[in-house]
Ligand binder design. Structure first.
Ligand code: SAM
Length: 414
């Protein structure tokens, strides 16, 4: 997935002062220049970053395990743990969500016009990385979100929620957007209704690195997720789900997509799964057990995060993730994605990096209505498609194990 330069560059220099200012103003750190203070990062932050990283990567256990730490936010030095999450995991997750927004922007998606006030919601908000990612997405790759509105943040940790609500309000203010957070301290039981019957409908629901913490099967999660969307998304409302790129967790998201499609097709639903596949075709990555599908985006990390990566041995130069975008709509993909007129069944999407075999020939994996194919493409004008690009009007020959494209059209990012 490629994101616009404006978004890539928004974090290199401009983000750090906004974050540092938040830390000082909220009296979270008693230092003048906390993010420039190597001793502080080394002693108070880096050890907790490593601990979180081991937990999220399921160092002890398997990737499919849930994270059954109802209160992992409050064990040990809770204040430094929250700060470590805010400094180290929030910006990358924020950027991942903003990248999904940028993908909608690239495809020409327009956020529907809204009567009254815009209502957004983030489930498992933690420090509000997902909601803040929407703000950043809209600022640097807009799709027409209203200029003001509110974001409900639902989170089981009171302290993380409070930090997240304050951070969201601060970022909205700095981005010149009239958005306010609303905090809801509660645990969502994913096999029961996620929202009370009396909750309103929302125009946007976001989940960022939330579902993988549940030990439930994708099929069990699909049931209530679908009901939540049916009952609490406004008509034309969107649901954005971002999850880890790790093989088993990513496959769980693909299985969730499959279960949702089965339920949508078997019922009377007006939900559509838009992205990443531009449609509801069978998932090519589920055919082989060792396969999975994820995205990767490049960004320019804030300087302090480069330092923190050096201290912890993590590498966040590129950000992998898996994602889904769902919409409650009766409109067709052609109507929704204005930049890809004439989307037809003969479309394919690059789901791997593109390896250059010669000046004119590249090799990659692409996914279409009939699954995933290893593909070679010789293009006379030396213009090569890249990961996430959409190929249309494709003429091809050969097997899934090695396909040759005879001709195709694709649109480069603008
Ligand atoms: C890895 S963090 C992600 C936080 C934030 N969305 C982000 O992207 O950085 C997962 C969050 O979900 C919360 N969470 C997990 N399961 C939950 C549940 N069932 N109900 C409410 N919050 C939950 C956790 O407390 C944690 O704050």
């Amino acid at each position: 997935m490629r994101v616009p330069v404006s978004l890539v560059n928004a974090f290199q220099n401009d983000f750090e002062p906004i974050l540092a200012d938040f830390l000082i103003k909220s009296q979270l750190i008693d230092l003048n220049d906390p993010l420039e203070n190597k001793r502080y990062l080394t002693r108070s932050i880096a050890p907790h970053v490593k601990g979180f990283s081991e937990l999220f990567n399921r160092k002890e256990g398997t990737q499919t395990d849930g994270i059954d730490h109802e209160d992992y936010w409050s064990e040990g030095n809770a204040k430094n743990k929250r700060l470590a999450y805010l400094l180290s995991f929030m910006p990358p997750n924020l950027f991942r969500v903003a990248s999904v927004w940028a993908e909608l922007h690239r495809l020409g998606f327009q956020f529907p016009k809204i009567e009254g006030e815009f209502r957004g919601l983030e489930f498992g908000a933690g420090v509000a990385s997902g909601a803040c990612g929407i703000l950043a997405g809209e600022k640097f790759a807009p799709i027409g979100l209203p200029e003001n509105g509110s974001f409900a943040l639902i989170e089981q940790s009171k302290a993380a929620l409070q930090m997240g609500a304050n951070w969201f309000d601060h970022l909205a203010d700095r981005y010149g957007m009239t958005y306010k957070s609303r905090s809801f301290h509660r645990r969502v039981e994913l096999n029961q209704p996620w929202l009370p019957k009396t909750a309103p409908q929302f125009h946007l629901m976001v989940m960022s690195f939330f579902l993988n913490e549940s030990p439930l099967t994708p099929e069990a999660i699909a049931l209530e997720l679908l009901k939540t969307a049916e009952n609490h998304l406004e008509q034309e409302g969107l649901m954005v789900i971002v999850e880890p790129a790790l093989k088993l967790q990513s496959r769980k998201l693909l299985l969730l997509r499959k279960a949702l499609i089965e339920k949508i097709k078997g019922g009377n639903s007006s939900l559509k799964i838009l992205l990443p596949c531009l449609g509801e075709q069978a998932c090519g990555a589920l055919i082989k057990e060792e396969d999975w599908c994820h995205e990767e985006v490049d960004w320019m990390r804030p300087k302090y995060l480069r330092e923190l990566d050096l201290l912890t041995g993590l590498d966040r130069r590129t950000l992998p993730f898996s994602y889904l975008v769902i919409q409650k709509t009766n409109r067709s993909l052609n109507e929704l994605f204005g930049n890809f007129e004439g989307l037809n069944e003969e479309r394919y999407r690059l789901v791997s990096p593109s390896k250059s075999l010669s000046k004119r020939t590249s090799e990659f994996f692409m996914c279409g209505q009939d699954g995933k194919r290893r593909t070679r493409f010789t293009n006379e004008d030396k213009n090569h498609p890249e990961r996430g690009d959409l190929l249309q009007n494709v003429k091809l020959h050969g097997e899934h194990s090695l396909t040759q494209i005879d001709s195709a059209t694709f649109k480069k990012y603008e």
